[in-house]
Ligand binder design. Structure first.
Ligand SMILES: *[C@@H]1O[C@H](CO)[C@@H](O)[C@H](O)[C@H]1NC(C)=O
Ligand SMILES: *[C@@H]1O[C@H](CO)[C@@H](O)[C@H](O)[C@H]1NC(C)=O
Length: 272
């Protein structure tokens, strides 16, 4: 009895820790734990926990099936609207300490304090980076998926608004930004353990120079699938990942982790 009460407490504590860290995280903080919530189980399979069922797994995940502006979306001709008023991407990053955690379905790198992205009059601060293979956003008439998509997740000061830069990689030379930590990806056996990476440099992150990108309003690509996420998809800038780097990632995550394409419901990609 006492043991089960204690266990309940541990579960409750870990759940509240997961929410507190997400809601109250300030500029330079790292979350103590993010994915130790026993009720947040989902995966990328065709089974009961797969994308087709995410919206049924929890009441607060219903948006995954009911939402009308979900991500990812296909970038194909009929969807693209040239919009020069978007202007160059206003992002600036700098060297900052990072931590890394294998959450099973992806690798997350927490990199708070490393810079920001300005869209309209709002400044969004980078919090974390995660990886999807193959890519979630697709390009062209045949919905081609790229081997790798990197999500740089930013939040506004009050944490209410999310802006994500998605970088699509083709195969080629190894990426020097990723090379800083792809040799140190934590194995699956260390799931949810947080490791210090030390300083991660922004020197090889070529996004701030990016003049070409697509912009649309969508959602998180995983539960709870919250909407109102401002997406900036970069695919013209010659980002390449080596086969060796991709294999390293695939070796440590549970499975491929691309959510299927979602209905556009009339949304377009604005691009420059
Ligand atoms: C990273 O952490 C170390 C140790 O705490 C500290 O000395 C260093 O200044 C930090 N680097 C940055 C860029 O904040
Ligand atoms: C940004 O702020 C300026 C000055 O306050 C205002 O004129 C402009 O309409 C704002 N732009 C947006 C996109 O909110």
């Amino acid at each position: 009895m006492a043991a089960s009460a204690a266990l309940t407490w541990i579960c409750l504590l870990s759940i509240s820790a997961a929410y507190i860290s997400a809601a109250e995280l300030e500029g330079g903080d790292f979350p103590a734990f993010k994915h130790d919530d026993p009720f947040d189980r989902f995966d990328y399979s065709f089974g009961p926990y797969g994308p087709a069922n995410w919206g049924r797994l929890r009441g607060d995940w219903r948006t995954c099936s009911d939402g009308l502006s979900q991500s990812p979306m296909a970038m194909e001709n009929g969807m693209m609207v040239l919009d020069p008023s978007l202007g160059p991407l206003r992002a600036e990053y700098k060297t900052a300490n990072a931590t890394i955690v294998n959450v099973g379905r992806s690798i997350q790198v927490w990199w708070p304090g490393a810079g920001s992205l300005i869209i309209g009059n709002t400044t969004y601060y980078i919090k974390d980076i995660d990886f999807h293979t193959p890519s979630e956003h697709t390009l062209g008439l045949f919905n081609d998926r790229f081997p790798l998509e990197m999500h740089m997740v930013h939040r506004s000061k009050n944490h209410q608004k999310i802006a994500v830069i998605a970088i699509l990689f083709t195969f080629g030379a190894e990426d020097k930004f990723l090379a800083q930590f792809f040799n140190r990806l934590p194995p699956l056996s260390t799931k949810n353990q947080v490791f210090n990476l030390g300083e991660i440099s922004a020197r090889h992150l070529t996004v701030p120079l990016g003049q070409h990108y697509g912009r649309y309003t969508g959602s998180e690509t995983h539960p709870p699938c919250n909407e109102g996420v401002l997406w900036t998809v970069v695919h013209y800038e010659g980002h390449t990942v080596s086969m060796d780097q991709l294999v390293k990632l695939k070796q440590v995550i549970e499975s491929d982790n691309a959510r299927p394409l979602q209905a556009s419901n009339g949304r377009k990609f604005n691009f420059v």
